[in-house]
Design a protein around this ligand. Structure first.
Ligand SMILES: [Fe+2]
Length: 423
């Protein structure tokens, strides 16, 4: 076989090998090492390296090296003086379009790299260009045979280099996508934190206005969260209902402070003023782009009742969103279990009696059942930490009341909780 023919076949084989290596190796560094191996083998060269361009620093990072020993270990970075590369780094840093290097700029990069290797250690520098952009270089020492590189050898290096360049570029793009995804995730987390802090600040502002119910909004948020989790809601929905609990009384910000803080039972006129707060809360919350669904509606309907005697819209049963039913129960439970200026809080047994009497009237039976179950689990030590019990204070949930709680749950589940004479 003529020499020339053998060379062409050899080049084809090398290209095929390289394509396989690049397609099949998932580990990037491993892929580059194999590619370098193929190139060295195809040309009969003992010394060579592949570097990728790091645009942020306008330098070359040597991913794979062979035969240079200590003078060029892998993973070393070589800053480049070439202006074109700095311009590329800059335009990249500004998020602008890619900067394509001209032929003369590429030639300058090649010269610069050659100069770095003294004593003719490097004979060929081939720039790897993908869509006009410099993505890396192949550096080769002289042939083992001592024969000079001819035009065909250089063409073969360029052909192999195109594959390696695409491999480097894909890797770079993948890293870029990963970096952006990570950045987006972090931004989203930051945004969520800001939202949560804002919600907390509002809850504190609401509770500040009402001096007798300090911490009310926070407790309602906590109870709502516990009920929703007990009802099998997803963690994201649970987060959402906690926010609704925090904000349910935000409409009180527009109600007269004297009415909210009245140390006596308010009259009908004052009461109708106070009852504006769910609709006012809805108006306040509606323009906000909440990361959770239905927050404004939960505020609007937290004083609605399944029997239709609630406000502001007098909705019945299924017309009331389940989230509003949860907040409503959490709200009432906290009202019953905290002291007010005109009355002491109720005993735990009285609360159970109230739940029984009002399940189906003021409260949704399934929500009451869920709350009682969560409370019972805490009492039995099945859920830790005990959040409801801690908020209620030591000794509030008495051991001897637990059978009544269990009975209520089973009656609610079977629909037999309605007392005689109740309809
Ligand atoms: Fe309210």
């Amino acid at each position: 076989m003529p020499d020339r023919m053998r060379k062409v076949l050899h080049a084809f084989a090398a290209l095929a090998d390289l394509g396989e290596e690049i397609a099949e190796t998932s580990d990037f560094e491993e892929m580059v090492r194999s590619a370098l191996h193929v190139v060295l083998g195809a040309l009969g060269v003992r010394r060579g390296a592949v570097a990728e361009v790091e645009r942020e620093t306008a330098s070359l990072r040597f991913v794979a090296t062979r035969g240079f020993g200590e003078s060029l270990p892998a993973d070393v970075s070589l800053p480049l003086k070439t202006e074109g590369l700095h311009a590329a780094a800059k335009s990249n840093g500004n998020g602008g379009g890619a900067h394509a290097l001209s032929k003369s700029e590429l030639a300058r990069v090649e010269r610069e790299i050659k100069e770095r290797f003294e004593g003719g250690a490097v004979e060929v520098v081939s720039t790897l260009v993908v869509r006009g952009e410099l993505v890396g270089v192949i550096v080769l020492g002289g042939k083992a045979s001592g024969v000079e590189f001819d035009a065909e050898d250089r063409e073969l290096v360029r052909s192999l280099g195109r594959h390696i360049g695409v491999g480097l570029n894909n890797h770079r793009l993948l890293r870029e996508v990963e970096r952006r995804a990570e950045e987006n995730r972090r931004l989203y987390e930051d945004l969520k934190d800001i939202y949560k802090d804002t919600v907390r600040a509002f809850a504190a502002a609401i509770d500040c206005k009402d001096k007798y119910t300090q911490g009310h909004s926070e407790r309602v948020g906590k109870y709502s969260e516990i009920i929703a989790r007990e009802m099998g809601w997803s963690e994201e929905e649970v987060e959402g209902i906690a926010v609704a609990g925090y904000l349910h009384d935000i409409g009180k910000l527009v109600v007269d402070r004297e009415i909210i803080n009245a140390p006596y039972r308010i009259d009908a006129k004052q009461s109708s003023e106070l009852n504006r707060h769910p609709a006012a809360g809805y108006e306040i919350l509606r323009p906000i782009n909440h990361p959770f669904a239905d927050i404004p509606l939960m505020a609007r309907y937290h004083h609605e009742r399944p029997d239709g005697r609630g406000y502001p819209d007098g909705l019945k049963d299924e017309e009331i969103p389940i989230g509003a039913k949860i907040v409503s129960l959490a709200d009432s439970f906290d009202a019953m279990t905290t002291d007010r200026p005109y009355r002491r809080r109720r005993s735990f047994e009285e609360v159970i009696t109230d739940f029984r009497r009002n399940a189906g009237r003021q409260f949704s039976p399934e929500v009451v059942a869920a709350f009682c179950r969560a409370l019972l689990k805490e009492a039995h030590g099945e859920t830790r930490p005990r959040q409801i019990i801690r908020l209620l204070g030591k000794g509030y949930v008495e051991e001897q009341a637990l059978p009544a709680l269990e009975q209520l749950i089973s009656d609610l589940d079977s629909g037999t909780h309605v007392a005689a004479g109740q309809g």
